[in-house]
Design a protein around this ligand. Sequence first.
Ligand code: GLC
Length: 421
Amino acid sequence: MRQEWFDQARFGMFVHFGLYSGAARHEWVQSYERLTDEDYRQYFEHFDPDLFDAATLARTAKETGMGYVVLTTKHHDGFCLWDSKLTDFTSVTNTGRDLVREYVGALRAEGIKVGLYHSVIDWHHPDFTIDWNHPRRDDEGAPELNVGRDMAAYRAYLHGQVRELLTEYGAIDYLFFDFTYPEEKQGWAGKGPDDWDATGLLALCRELQPDMLVNDRLGIPADFVTPEQYQPTAPIVRDGVPLTWEACQTLNGSWGYHRDNTDQKSATLLVQMLVDSVSMGGNMLLNIGPDGRGAIAPRDERTLAEIGEWMRLHRGAVVGAGHTPLTPPREGVYTRRGDRLYLSLFSWPMGFVHLPELAGRVSYARLLNDGSWLGTSVSDPEREADLMTPAGEAEGTLTVHLPVRRPDVLVPVIELTLTGE
Ligand code: GLC
């Protein structure tokens, strides 16, 4: 099955890098600020990724416990990080470097799966029509700008570029298209699957890279769905069938480097989001936006290092793990891998944690960070509370005894070995 490695990996790295990294105020800056091609051109002229080091990126992903990486080949601004023969708006033109080639090589060398992001939107292409996302939408006489723009020509360009990416760089494991917005807004049309010839594009992917996973953002179903910047609270099921899903998350709300945005999520929150995703049967793709020189920003590096240290000790609760229908206690979430059940605790209870349905089903309990044994007991449900005696827990409840001191890790995890599984 195409997505087996993906289900196993559970944790990946998203990398948004492009001209907007130098602008340093969100990857949508061209649209948000209605910048003209001329305004935006300075970021092309001064693009200088001297610290973009694909080997460091790959090593960082590995040390963070991530099994795959997804790099923006082209974002909505149309700038290409590879040697496209179909445009000169590329990193080869201004720096002589094919960053996609450097990236693919470095990931393979680390044994990490290779993912590409590709925007189907293109604000630079002269045939791409103005719509409600386009930087030119508020220009005077904007609708006239669409006269002569030919989406059929743009489609040929889009398919041609995807063909380049899927033929010139060896095996690609994953492709994240972005994105489709068919609804009308403010008097402007959006763009739907027909604008991309989504069916033809997906067929092209299947033909050129039959084992590659493709996301759902061409506006037609493919291999996985992509909740963005929110956490699903249950497994995602459509027509009774559980779907493969991946939540993509930012470190500070922006995908591209945003220097002045200090809304950084804590490493603890991010680890909680990761195990929460796995507990609902999903993956998490955590983004970094390298800075204007292509370096991983120090604040991001620190966050990733903290997550990596947690992953070093707790990887079993994430990699190869997934959803279980068992009801977790109020303090945390469960993930399961074979006969191992992992309880990730988001709050640390005093003395005990009570696990419904697990009495008689656990042969061993330990803290995962240091492998220390934890005692367990089952109380008499009839027992009444008295001065120093707690009431018995509900029938079938297993009580795990905890040290008073919470282990000094971002999220403590109890590993339970299940019997008879
Ligand atoms: C979006 C945004 C974008 C980002 C992406 C990541 O839809 O347009 O800037 O690249 O999602 O999922």
